[in-house]
Design a protein around this ligand. Structure first.
Ligand code: NAP
Length: 608
């Protein structure tokens, strides 16, 4: 059991709180040469195998499509849907999983759910005529919705599942991409869209001896129900009588710890940094509320949420949940003092919110030392905020032990179990809730090589850090659309930004196909100017991240030029969306070089 913390600062003394945050950050800052994580291909490829797929045999494909979309998660589905709406028919989704769903295909761990409100998270609700059954959807409902979108927009036609893209090679003579896969395919595509998602590759902790454990071990994104029994919503019956350990206390662990605690004989939760865990308050969807919704309600609700997260306090907060809490607090403070400095108000709102989060832990967890160890000492948005109504109370159960490592992490894994502070915890089953590879070269992270003009690789081009126009185009890689938050819009409601990028790409691709444009790529000037914008607008975000406890948001505390260059657009997602809309409306494809027939300016405006 962790020792009680006698150094807790006075919760109203802002300087003391800032100092406590600094001490906690220092405690977790990696030591020189410390390897925080280990690549799953470094001896653990068996932990990345798809446990949900049944074997599939098919002949290799050697055909041609207009647009090949790599990834069948919401990014790929939205791209496919918006392309269909823009009149593009010859599209193909290629996906490593055996079905659509992306992150919701892979993450089927017990308790998996989305803590972004379902009415804004599940895309295309009005288009598909679906309404989620509750305010925060469980994973199975989200996966079923991904399938609904695929059926509605005929995206299963021509899709390739259980297929890993291995190479993308630009063929300048034909102005197309040659796409190789692990099934021997060699397809050609006039355009490719990389919608592989920022969190698609599981990683393991860089703990000494991680390969030695002889019990059953797996990563949360490849849940081994053969080992645990049960399902995402039913008791894990095979864990009766078993000692189970879970390493990690991020958003995934917060959700699967309660069901593990219910079924295991004993559960050990190994913690390096506690998450901020606030109440979620789920509820069934109210039919009367649904009946009163006007046409266009979903877009309005999505945009309201993004506005709150962008700091636009003039837009009403329609979602009003734990994500928009700081905007609500700032509104109240500004009503009291309209001349106050917004950044000072934001810091105060954040510090006060975290005081509440810690007070809720104290009120819920009976053992004082455990409650102290569960308290997060950092700003709300330093790490991904978590929302769960049962996680904290789990630590009142006699069969659950929090093994707090006081910021240093698990020190060793042995054949029998996990070692912390010199004590070995013997285990039958060890679960890695240690997250996903983040950042770097999207192609390498997604398991394929890419060669653009004159054989240039993305790793070569980005050796000094990312460079793009709008995070979506990069010179030397024509007709290749990148989709993701780096140098682009970023909202915790991921599907919103995916949709904006999908609309943008569909607009451009539909124009190129209609007008006979052979290639599009950004000019060097436009790309340099965008990188300069990202760097200058990202300065305050970078300073904020520097003040944060290490994690994947700040490259584990390693501030670097590469991190600064892969930050999202710093003026916020709402401004980014507006910028893309105006760019499309202008009709001159500013900053892009369009080569081939009818490549010039256009006044057409196809907003799907
Ligand atoms: P994560 O946030 O990256 O968490 C990894 C965890 O492993 C952290 O708690 C980390 O501790 C811990 N860890 C790593 N090495 C360790 C060691 N040696 N000893 C002890 N602990 C160690 O991964 P995740 O929880 O899978 O979440 C990833 C992302 O998925 C989330 O941020 C979110 O974007 C998404 N997600 C979303 C939902 C949703 O509701 N929509 C649900 C789940 C996940 P430190 O914090 O100290 O590094």
């Amino acid at each position: 059991m962790p020792a009680a913390d006698n150094n807790a600062p006075n919760q109203t003394d802002l300087d003391a709180l800032r100092e406590r945050y600094r001490i906690e950050r220092e405690r977790r800052t990696p030591r020189k040469g410390e390897r925080r994580y280990r690549d799953i291909d470094d001896g653990f490829a068996h932990l990345a195998v798809d446990p949900y797929a049944t074997p599939l045999e098919r002949a290799a494909l050697h055909d041609a499509v207009d647009v090949l979309i790599i990834g069948g998660g919401f990014g790929g589905l939205l791209a496919g849907a918006r392309l269909r709406e823009a009149g593009v028919q010859r599209t193909r989704i290629v996906e490593a999983g055996a079905d659509v769903g992306g992150t919701w295909y892979w993450n089927r761990y017990p308790g998996a759910a989305c803590d972004i409100e379902s009415y804004i998270y599940l895309p295309l609700l009005e288009e598909t005529g679906y309404m989620p059954v509750e305010r925060y959807s469980k994973a199975a409902e989200i996966r079923a919705h991904a399938q609904r979108v695929a059926r509605h927009f005929r995206l299963y036609d021509d899709a390739c599942f259980s297929t890993q893209v291995t190479s993308l090679d630009w063929d300048a003579s034909q102005a197309c991409w040659i796409v190789g896969t692990n099934r021997g395919d060699r397809m050609s595509a006039r355009f490719v869209m990389l919608t592989t998602g920022p969190l698609n590759r599981p990683k393991l902790p860089g703990i000494r001896g991680v390969e030695r454990f002889r019990g059953h071990a797996f990563h949360t994104s490849r849940w081994d129900y053969a080992c645990t029994g049960g399902s995402a919503t039913e008791p894990l019956t095979a864990l009766a009588g078993k000692r189970v350990g879970i390493i990690g206390t991020g958003a995934t662990a917060i959700q699967c710890v309660p069901p593990l605690a219910q079924s295991a004989e004993h559960l050990y939760v190994f913690q390096r940094t506690p998450s901020s865990v606030d109440r979620r308050d789920n509820a069934p969807t109210d039919p009367a509320w649904v009946a009163a919704l006007p046409e266009g309600w979903q877009r309005q609700r999505i945009e309201s949420f993004t506005a709150q997260l962008s700091g636009n306090l003039a837009i009403p907060d329609l979602v009003a949940d734990g994500w928009t809490v700081l905007a609500r607090a700032m509104r109240a403070m500004l009503a009291r003092d309209p001349t106050a400095d917004p950044s000072a108000l934001l810091e105060r709102a954040d510090l006060e919110k975290m005081v509440q989060v810690r007070a809720n832990i104290e009120a819920t967890v009976r053992d004082t030392a455990t409650a102290e160890a569960l308290k997060p000492w950092f700003s709300l948005f330093c790490k991904r905020p978590c929302f769960h109504d049962n996680y904290l109370a789990v630590f009142n159960r006699p069969n659950v032990t929090l093994v707090d490592t006081r910021g240093r992490g698990v020190e060793e894994i042995t054949e029998k179990g996990v070692v912390v502070a010199g004590r070995e915890y013997p285990l039958d089953c060890l679960i890695f809730a240690t997250g996903f590879e983040v950042g770097g070269d999207v192609a390498a992270r997604s398991g394929f090589s890419i060669h653009g003009v004159n054989g240039l690789t993305l790793a070569e081009k980005w050796s000094e850090g990312m460079s793009s126009l709008h995070g979506m185009h990069t010179r030397g890689f024509p007709n290749c659309l990148l989709v993701g938050p780096a140098q682009s819009g970023m909202s915790p409601n991921f599907p919103h930004m995916l949709d904006e990028q999908a609309r943008h790409a569909a607009h451009l691709i539909a124009h190129c196909l209609r007008a006979g444009v052979r290639t599009e790529e950004p000019t060097a000037e436009a790309e340099n100017a965008w990188v300069a914008t990202i760097l200058s607008l990202g300065e305050s975000r970078r300073r904020f991240l520097e003040s944060c406890t290490p994690g994947y948001y700040n490259a584990e505390g390693h501030d670097s030029e590469a991190l600064a260059r892969s930050l999202p657009f710093g003026a916020g997602p709402e401004v980014f969306v507006d910028l893309l809309r105006k760019w499309r409306a202008a009709g001159n494809f500013a900053g892009l070089e369009l080569n081939g027939a009818h490549a010039g300016p256009t006044k057409e405006n196809h907003e799907p």
